[in-house]
Design a binder for this molecule. Sequence first.
Ligand code: GLU
Length: 423
Amino acid sequence: MKTVSLEQELNPWEAQAARFDFAAQKLNLDEGLWKILRYPQREIIVHIPVAMDDGRIEVFTGFRVQHSIARGPAKGGVRYSPDVTLDEVRALASWMTWKCAVVNIPFGGAKGGVIVDPKKLTLSELERLTRRYTAELIEFIGPEKDVPAPDVNTNEQTMAWMMDTYSMHMRQTVTAVVTGKPINIGGSRGRREATGRGVMINCDEALKKFNMNRESTRVIIQGFGNVGSNAAKLMSDAGYKIIGIAEYNGGLYNRNGINIDDLLEFRDRNPSRGIVGFDGAEAADPRELLVTDCDVLIPAATENVITSQNAAGIKAKIICEGANGPTTATADEILADKRVFVIPDILANAGGVTASYFEWVQDRQGYFWKESAVNDQLEFILREAFEDVVQFSETHAVNNRIAAYMLAISRVGHTIRLRGIYA
Ligand code: GLU
């Protein structure tokens, strides 16, 4: 095992690059393609002045990184967080390129981020921040250029403001400039639940592979935001037993299964406390829950949750990565030794961007699908991607993550080779 410092291990860009290099080497990737794909194509840094409610002016720093537009417009979310860095956004942008290629949808990869703690801003301050961030990026985004979407701490409202700001500049309504919008302004049915649904579809496929059934499968979910809560709801409705939920401020454990409908109702009544204090389960240490006995562990929050510090203690047979980058490259090796079946982020959470693709198609056609059509298409695409990844891993004798990277890199590389290099 290559020794790296903890700081290096926890740098998402290093995590992405380590897997990319390894997969590229396994593929015998041409050196020129390696040089093109290893780094993002464009990195934009903006300093965003915002008039605060009390009259002060604050300046926030934001990023948009476009890793690749080889297969189509750049695509990827925007996150608001006090500790966003350019390296993190770079990694997330590359992951979007690989993710879109794994599910074979016609997009490249991008990501945006603003260094801000959205909990400290009022709604009107957040709106002004979002609008000015969008305005600063006006020439770089668009339905054919780069299509943002929600990510950590952004949501349908954020997308509505982005769409409106872009449309005001264009002097016409351009719904397809962002995805993840509210349904009545060009959003897609099923988009909100799509990442969680994709997590479940991937788990279903893994269960089939191991001859397991939903009813006897115990699941622990880390994170109860859009991805974690929707995965919990859909999976418990489908028969899975959700025995643990870990949040940043506390965790819950019930070996007989947590009633997710009751928990969602509890959370909606106390949004500031989240899941803490729910009486349908015991309180549990969120860090302990990661190493508690279960069949499926779903990290569904942010990066660096499974690291060299805790990977050896993981008891789950299957890890399904609802978040981007929850497992470090060092932890990958420990999990591989333990024969944990990891469904990597670029496959496991690809349901979100796949439904975003449907939203973009619907906006451009002006014709909107029923929810069952969205869900059926989503299932079809994800099942095929799961099969492709598992087959690649068997043929090349590599783990699922490297297989997913290899599949993605070969698809993007093939496109670049066909298009050639413009001189
Ligand atoms: N932010 C989500 C992701 O990381 C969705 C991106 C999108 O829909 O464009 O996959």
